[in-house]
Design a protein around this ligand. Structure first.
Ligand code: HEM
Length: 415
């Protein structure tokens, strides 16, 4: 049943809401009185015959749904968003070629193949190149801050490393990088009116990126190299990706690994600068637990969606087959049943069983260790070269139905 204590029509996927704040007080209420609660959705229905979703807000329930793909399918699209009606159907067909929206056994086959590119060894092999990048990015920001003026942390620091990490991972040559960065950023911003980038432009960028990635796969099949593309498209024990499958995988990486990590870094900086004692502690001790707390605190992906494959009981609520279920990671990550004092930003928090990378099921974030490495590298570089950074304004937030994003965060080294 809908939560009687929330204003009528309250919808967590309303982009206007997320543009101003993450609704933590409402999540707290839902966790307490209606942990699986029906929300009408006026802003983001994904073109199906229903008009809302079940908001799942407790840590235990989000984990349960994530780890039971036989009850809660990813097939009817995992994002709680609506596209322009005219391109809605095409979009959904395309979504299904992306592993995030697949169920076992198809998902299992693709995941086994792509995992080859994300072994600890594969991720670690990127460390030196990414460390150099992080130092360079921060060095350039040091130059910007010399006259004591303010600069934008997002565009000058947070944006570049996640893009470079994806480019390194798939072995994109230097000369092609600005092209793929443009496509990735266009794909990331097309739901934001401020950018005046239309949905068509977003789709055009994905199509160009897709064809670039497919050509890359074809080239590596012909002429193998020591990179992840070759690993994924060359025949192996667990099979290989076709050129098309590889193309869609790259598109997924450009979406899943780009804005998420950028926002984790930006929210992390904002959290540090709003909690100077934590920044001081970080500068002194560099605790290995910091990156996980940054991701818990930021929870860049507010929600993902599943669809019930049968009538099912969850949190005392009967969910009819075919109904959509929203997994609210932001709420789970503040559940006092699991986290002591969840409202405090504590970079020594350990254990930290947050669900920022997903609820531990088959779709658990493939890029988690890469993201954690990027966060560690950039904050180490900032703590060394820009230790006296301060906030020079409040963050300007992204308008989105499901991402906790920041578009601009002004910072300064001026006292
Ligand atoms: C899946 C979050 C960085 C690649 C996911 C999921 C979440 C998530 C919530 C869905 C989990 C589920 O449904 O159970 C994040 C956050 C990141 C991050 C918060 C940064 C702080 C990355 C990076 C990459 C990446 C850097 C790769 C370059 C993926 C892929 C999937 C995924 C490929 C789909 C896995 C599947 O369907 O099997 N991520 N992610 N992510 N992520 Fe990440």
């Amino acid at each position: 049943m809908p939560c009687p204590h929330l204003p009528e029509g309250f919808d967590v996927t309303d982009p206007d809401l997320l543009q101003s704040r993450v609704p933590h007080p409402e999540f707290a209420l839902l966790r307490r009185v209606a942990p699986v609660s029906w929300c009408a959705q006026r802003h983001g229905v994904s073109g199906f015959d229903d008009d809302g979703y079940w908001a799942v807000t407790r840590h235990a329930d989000v984990k349960y749904v994530s780890t039971h793909p036989e009850l809660f399918s990813s097939w009817t699209n995992t994002a709680i968003i609506r596209f322009n009606e005219s391109i809605q159907r095409d979009q959904i067909d395309v979504q299904r070629l992306i592993m995030l929206n697949m169920d076992p056994p198809e998902h299992t086959r693709v995941r086994q193949i792509v995992q080859r590119g994300f072994t600890p060894r594969a991720v670690n092999s990127l460390r030196t190149a990414l460390k150099e990048r992080a130092l360079k990015i921060v060095d350039e920001a040091v130059a910007l801050s010399r006259d004591g003026g303010s600069f934008d942390f997002v565009s000058n620091i947070a944006v570049e490393l996640p893009l470079q990490a994806i480019a390194e991972l798939i072995g994109v040559p230097q000369e092609d990088r600005s092209k793929i960065f443009d496509w990735s950023n266009t794909m990331a911003s097309y739901d934001d009116p401020e950018f005046a980038i239309t949905e068509e432009a977003g789709i055009q960028a994905s199509m160009e990126f897709l064809s670039y990635a497919m050509n890359l796969a074809a080239a590596r099949k012909e002429c193998p190299a020591q990179d992840i593309v070759t690993k994924l498209v060359a025949a192996g024990d667990s099979g290989s990706l076709s050129n098309d499958e590889f193309g869609f995988f790259v598109i997924l990486l450009a979406v899943a690994g780009n804005e998420t990590t950028r926002n984790a870094i930006t929210h992390g900086m904002h959290a540090f600068l709003s909690h100077p004692e934590q920044w001081e502690l970080y500068r002194r001790e560099r605790p290995a637990t910091a990156a996980e707390e940054i991701v818990r605190w930021a929870t860049p992906v507010v929600s993902f969606q599943r669809t019930a494959t049968q009538d099912v009981e969850l949190g005392g609520q009967r969910i009819p087959r075919g109904d959509r279920v929203g997994l609210f990671y932001s709420s789970a990550n503040n559940d006092p049943e699991v986290f002591d004092d969840p409202e405090s930003f504590d970079i020594t928090r350990d254990p930290n069983p947050h669900l920022g990378f997903g609820g531990g099921g088959p779709h658990f974030c493939l890029g988690k260790s890469l993201a954690v490495m990027e966060i560690d590298l950039i904050f180490n570089a900032i703590a060394d070269a820009l230790p006296g950074l301060r906030l020079a304004g409040e963050p300007r937030r992204l308008r989105s139905a499901w991402l906790n994003g920041v578009k601009e965060l002004r910072v300064t080294t001026a006292p």
